[in-house]
Design a protein around this ligand. Structure first.
Ligand code: GLC
Length: 744
C-alpha cells in the first residue's frame, strides 16, 4: 500500500512538475548545473509548438508600426506573435542608441512576461563593419579594406569596439564575419570578404570572432559572432549573387573550408548558410554540406541558421522543393537549427505537421532547440536580456573613431605613385578635388550602414568629415577647391573644368562604385563607369598631376585611369573616418602600408587569382600583395635552415632581412609563399603560408622569420580532406627572392 501511495505521489509530482517548475523560473541556474543540463531541463518543459517557435526568427520590420526597420513597436501585434507562435528570435532594425534601448527593453519584457516559460529572445543584427545600424555607432572599413591591412591585431581592435557598441544594447547575435573567399571580382559581395586568400580570410575572420566574443563577455549579456555564408557562396559561375556554383570537393577542401575551419577553431558558436546552390544542390537542403561536412568533418557544434527566407526560396528560387512543407522537410533534414523566416509563420505550421506525421522526429527538433537554448544560456540572456545602461555610453566614443581612422589609414593601398607625386608637398598650394565621392559621407561609410544599401546623405552623422572637409582640416595653409564634375556632353563645361583644374597644383579625383548590396550589385561589365574614366582623362589633359582615390566595393577595371593618373589609392569603403584617413595619407601624416588582399584585374574577361595553376597566366593590373609606401624596403639574406628535408616533423626555419632604406619610419608586411613544383593534384604557382606586419624605423633593418613543419606546410588536401605530402622540389619565396629545397 505504502509503495502504491509513493508511486502515486511520485506520478503526480512528475505530471505537475513541469507546471510547478514554470512558476519557479524555468531558466534560473542551479549552482552546479552545466549549460547543457540547464538547456535539457528547460527543453523537458516545452511543448512541441514552443520548441518550433524557438527555431523561428522573424524580422522586426514585421512588428513595427511602419513595417520597416524603424524602432517603433506595434505592441499589440508583437504580443500576438509571441502568444500565438512563441517566436524565439528577431532580426534587425535601425535607429539611435536610445531608440534601440527603449525598443529592446519593451520587446524582451513582453516576450518574457507573456510566454509560458519566459524564455528571452535572441536578437540578431548585421554589424558587419562596426555598429552600423546604430546612428551614433563607429563605422569601420568594410572587410575587403580591413584585410588589406594584413594586421589581425587591428582587426581585433575593430572587433572589440564593435562588441562594446553592440552587446550592451542587448544585440546578442551579430551576423558577422563573412568567411567567404573573395576570389571572383564580379561577385557583388566581394567587399564583405577578407579577399582571395584562404589564410588571410581565416586569420582575419578568426581574429574578429575571438576578439568580438571575448570583449562581449565584459557585459551582463554577451554577443556572439556568426560565420557566413557556409559554404561555396562566393564564386558563382556568372559572378552574380545567389546563382549556381560548381565547386569540386578538392577546391572546397583547399580553398573554401580553411577559413571557416579557422573561425570554428576560434570559438564560433553560430553559422549562417549560403543561399546559393553548390554542384546542383541548394546548400539549405544539403545534408552532405550541413551535416556530413560542417558537423562531422569540421566539428561544428553550434547553431546553424538559414539565410533570409531561404527555406521559402527552395521553392521560389531554386525549385528543389515542390511546396513549402517539402522545403521545410528538406532543410530540417539537412540540419538547419533556426529558420530566418523573416516574414512568414508557415514554417511553424508545416514543421508541426511533419512531426505529427512522423516524417521529422521530435528528437530531431530537440537537437536544434537544445542548441538554441544552450546558446541563450551561454549568452547570459536568462540572467539579463535587456540593454545594460551602464555600458551603452561607449557607443561612438572618440577613442573608437580614432581606431576607425587608424584601421582605414593602415588598410588603404597605394597602388601607384609616379614621380613620388604623393604625399602632396609644400610646392602644392592649390588642390583641386573632384568626383562622385569628393564631398560624400554615405559613399565613405558604404553599404550596410543604417540601411541595407546605405542611407541617404543626411542620415549620416553631422560631425563625420567628407574627403573635402577632411582635406580642409588637413591642409590649413593650402586652398582646397571642390570642382564640380562637368556634363561631358557640354564642351563648354568641359573647358571650364579643364581651366579650373589646370589652375591647381594637384588634382585629387575620386572614382569608383555607387553603393549596392548583394544581388543589387550584379553587373555585366567589370570596367569602371564611363563617367569616371572621362573625368580622369579630362583631368589628365591638364598638366596638373592627378591622384585618383578608388572608392569601390570590388576592383573595377581601370586600365586607362592607371595610365592617366600619377598616383592611385585603393580606399574601398573606408568608414566613418575614411575622409580623415585619406587626407592623412595625402599629406603624409599617415604612411601607406596596405597591400592588396586580392588580385586587381587588368581585363573584364580574364582574371585569375594569384594562386593560379601552371596552365594559367597571371596578368593583373596590380598583383595580390602589391602596395607601395612613402619609403623603400630592401629584402636581403634569405636563408633556409634545411634544403634537403628528410622528415615531416622536424621544423624548418627561414629568415630574411628587410631594410627601410628611406628617411621615414614605416610598416612593412612580409608575405611568405611556398611553391610545390609537382603535384598529382595540380599545384598553385604559389600559396601564402604566413604574413607578418611590423614597423621598421628609417634606415634600420629587421629580420623576419618563418618556421614551418614540413608535414603541415608542404601537404595539401584531396577531395576527401586527406592530406597529401609528396616528395620533390619546392620553393620558398618572399618579395622576389626564392630558395629551392627538396622534400625527400
Ligand atoms: C541577407 C544576407 C546575410 C544577412 C541576412 C540578414 O540576405 O545574405 O548576410 O546576415 O540577410 O540581414
Amino acid at each position: 500500500m505504502k509503495h502504491m501511495f509513493l508511486k502515486l505521489t511520485l506520478g503526480l509530482l512528475l505530471i505537475t512538475a513541469p507546471f510547478a517548475c514554470k512558476q519557479a523560473s524555468s531558466s534560473k541556474k542551479a549552482v552546479t548545473d552545466t549549460v547543457e543540463q540547464r538547456a535539457e531541463r528547460l527543453l523537458e518543459q516545452m511543448t512541441l509548438k514552443e520548441k518550433i517557435g524557438q527555431m523561428t526568427q522573424i524580422c522586426f520590420s514585421e512588428v513595427t508600426e511602419t513595417r520597416d526597420k524603424t524602432l517603433r513597436l506595434d505592441e499589440e501585434l508583437f504580443r500576438e506573435v509571441i502568444a500565438q507562435y512563441q517566436v524565439g528570435s528577431f532580426l534587425s532594425g535601425t535607429g539611435n542608441a536610445a531608440e534601440w534601448k527603449q525598443f529592446l527593453e519593451k520587446v524582451q519584457k513582453t516576450a518574457v512576461e507573456e510566454s509560458r516559460l519566459g524564455i528571452p529572445l535572441l536578437i540578431a543584427i548585421d554589424h558587419v563593419h562596426g555598429s552600423n545600424y546604430i546612428d551614433e555607432g563607429t563605422i569601420f572599413p568594410h572587410n575587403i579594406l580591413m584585410s588589406c591591412s594584413f594586421d589581425t591585431s587591428l582587426m581585433a581592435r575593430a572587433a572589440r569596439v564593435t562588441a562594446r557598441e553592440t552587446a550592451p544594447l542587448g544585440l546578442s547575435w551579430n551576423f558577422a564575419p563573412v568567411m567567404d573567399l573573395g576570389k571572383n571580382p564580379y561577385w557583388p559581395r566581394f567587399y564583405e570578404t577578407f579577399g582571395e586568400d584562404p589564410l588571410v580570410c581565416g586569420a582575419m575572420g578568426a581574429a574578429f570572432v575571438r576578439a568580438y566574443q571575448a570583449e562581449s563577455k565584459k557585459f551582463p549579456s554577451q554577443s556572439f559572432a556568426c560565420g557566413k555564408h557556409f559554404i561555396g557562396y562566393s564564386d558563382p559561375e556568372t559572378g552574380w549573387d545567389r546563382t549556381p556554383a560548381d565547386v569540386s570537393d578538392q577546391t572546397m577542401a583547399e580553398y573554401f573550408m580553411p577559413a571557416f575551419q579557422q573561425a570554428i577553431d576560434a570559438g564560433l558558436q553560430t553559422m549562417m548558410v549560403n543561399s546559393g546552390e553548390v554542384n546542383g544542390r541548394p546548400v539549405h537542403a544539403s545534408k552532405r554540406l550541413l551535416d556530413d561536412l560542417l558537423r562531422k568533418r569540421m566539428n561544428f557544434e553550434g547553431v546553424v541558421v538559414t539565410d533570409i527566407k531561404d527555406i521559402q526560396k527552395l521553392v521560389s528560387m531554386h525549385g528543389s522543393a515542390a511546396n513549402l512543407k517539402e522545403a521545410v522537410y528538406h532543410a530540417v533534414h539537412a540540419g538547419i537549427d533556426m529558420n530566418m523566416a523573416c516574414s512568414s509563420f508557415d514554417f511553424i505550421t508545416h514543421l508541426n505537421e511533419l512531426v505529427e506525421e512522423g516524417r521529422i522526429t521530435e528528437a530531431r527538433i530537440d537537437r536544434s532547440v537544445k542548441r538554441i537554448l544552450a546558446l541563450k544560456i551561454r549568452l547570459g540572456l536568462m540572467e539579463q536580456a535587456t540593454p545594460d545602461e551602464a555600458h551603452a555610453s561607449a557607443i561612438g566614443a572618440a577613442s573608437h573613431k580614432t581606431i576607425a581612422e587608424q584601421a582605414a589609414a593602415e588598410s588603404m593601398v597605394l597602388l601607384k605613385n609616379q614621380d613620388a607625386s604623393l604625399p602632396l608637398g609644400g610646392d602644392v598650394q592649390k588642390i583641386g578635388l573632384a568626383g562622385f565621392a569628393a564631398h560624400s559621407k554615405r559613399l565613405l561609410n558604404g553599404p550596410w550602414t543604417y540601411e541595407w544599401m546605405g542611407a541617404k546623405e543626411e542620415r549620416n552623422p553631422e560631425d563625420m568629415p567628407t574627403i573635402y572637409t577632411a582635406m580642409q582640416e588637413e591642409f590649413p595653409k593650402k586652398e582646397i577647391r571642390h570642382l564640380q564634375v562637368p556634363d561631358f556632353t557640354s564642351s563648354k563645361e568641359k573647358a571650364a573644368f579643364k581651366q579650373k583644374a589646370g589652375a591647381c597644383d594637384a588634382l585629387v579625383i575620386t572614382v569608383g562604385e555607387e553603393l549596392y548590396s548583394e544581388f543589387k550589385g550584379n553587373i555585366e561589365n567589370l570596367r569602371i563607369g564611363e563617367e569616371h574614366r572621362k573625368l580622369v582623362a579630362l583631368a589628365a589633359e591638364t598638366n596638373t598631376p592627378v591622384a585618383v582615390i578608388l572608392i569601390e566595393g570590388r576592383p573595377r577595371v581601370i586600365n586607362d585611369i592607371h595610365e592617366n593618373a600619377n598616383a592611385i589609392l585603393f580606399a574601398g569603403y573606408p568608414g566613418i573616418r575614411g575622409g580623415t584617413a585619406i587626407a592623412g595619407l595625402l599629406s603624409g601624416r599617415h604612411m601607406p602600408s596596405g597591400k592588396l588582399s586580392f588580385s586587381y584585374p587588368s581585363s573584364v574577361g580574364h582574371f585569375t587569382n594569384y594562386y593560379r595553376k601552371k596552365s594559367q597566366t597571371y596578368d593583373p593590373l596590380y598583383a595580390f600583395g602589391h602596395g607601395l609606401s612613402y619609403t623603400e624596403f630592401a629584402y636581403s639574406n634569405l636563408q633556409l635552415s634545411d634544403t634537403l628535408i628528410q622528415d615531416a616533423e622536424t621544423p624548418v626555419k627561414a629568415r630574411v632581412t628587410v631594410t627601410n632604406t628611406g628617411d621615414r619610419d614605416a610598416k612593412e608586411t612580409v608575405l611568405w609563399y611556398i611553391r610545390d613544383e609537382v603535384g598529382q593534384i595540380t599545384r598553385p604557382m604559389k600559396m601564402l603560408k604566413k604574413f607578418e606586419k611590423a614597423l621598421i624605423p628609417a634606415g634600420e633593418s629587421k629580420t623576419f622569420t618563418f618556421e614551418f613543419i614540413p608535414g603541415e606546410t608542404l601537404s595539401y588536401p584531396d577531395g576527401t580532406g586527406e592530406m597529401l605530402l609528396e616528395k620533390g622540389a619546392f620553393r620558398l619565396m618572399v618579395k622576389g627572392h626564392e630558395e629551392k629545397f627538396y622534400y625527400r
